[in-house]
Design a protein around this ligand. Structure first.
Ligand code: TYD
Length: 144
């Protein structure tokens, strides 16, 4: 599984830093929704789902956390702690977020509006879904 991290351009000067994110330029899809997770309690993990269509960029704008990504074949853990870095999470990737520092703000840019029907929340259903998904796509499509 390929980990895709975007490194955004910080516009820094003596006043501090500013990062601007534009759809289809800095972000590889049209941004239809933004949400953020903060005030996360000690020891909690979140996520535990995949999506059928939705793609995301995760930006840890403050603090730190870890993201476990799972494509049904292998798992990788990606630490996020830089406000100028975005982790791309494709659809059909199971994701779990954990190890939040108390000050973490995790911002998520999403390619779709909130739609519960797009979620796969059961891990066995996810494994079944990716198996069928891979069979119905060409290798080139799957690697995107
Ligand atoms: P949940 O899916 O449990 O979050 P996580 O992926 O971090 O585990 O979402 C928490 C609640 O927020 C749940 O009641 C659904 C709601 N929610 C929205 O209303 N809109 C959204 O865009 C998102 C992501 C969640």
């Amino acid at each position: 599984m390929q980990i895709i991290k975007y490194v955004f351009q910080p516009h820094g000067d003596e006043r501090g830093q500013l990062v601007a994110l534009e759809e289809l330029k800095d972000i590889p899809f049209r941004i239809r929704r933004v949400y953020y997770i903060y005030d996360t309690k000690k020891g909690v993990a979140r996520g535990f789902h995949a999506h059928k269509n939705l793609k995301q960029i995760l930006v840890c704008v403050h603090g730190s956390c870890k993201i476990r990504l799972d494509d049904g074949k292998e798992q990788k853990i990606v630490p996020l702690d830089k406000p100028y870095e975005g982790l791309y999470v494709s659809n059909t990737i199971w994701r779990e977020m954990f190890d939040f520092s108390p000050d973490t703000v995790l911002m998520v840019l999403a390619s779709e509006l909130y739609n519960e029907d797009d979620y796969i929340r059961n891990y066995n259903d996810f494994l079944e879904y990716v198996k069928n998904y891979s069979e119905s796509c060409t290798d080139e499509e799957v690697s995107k």
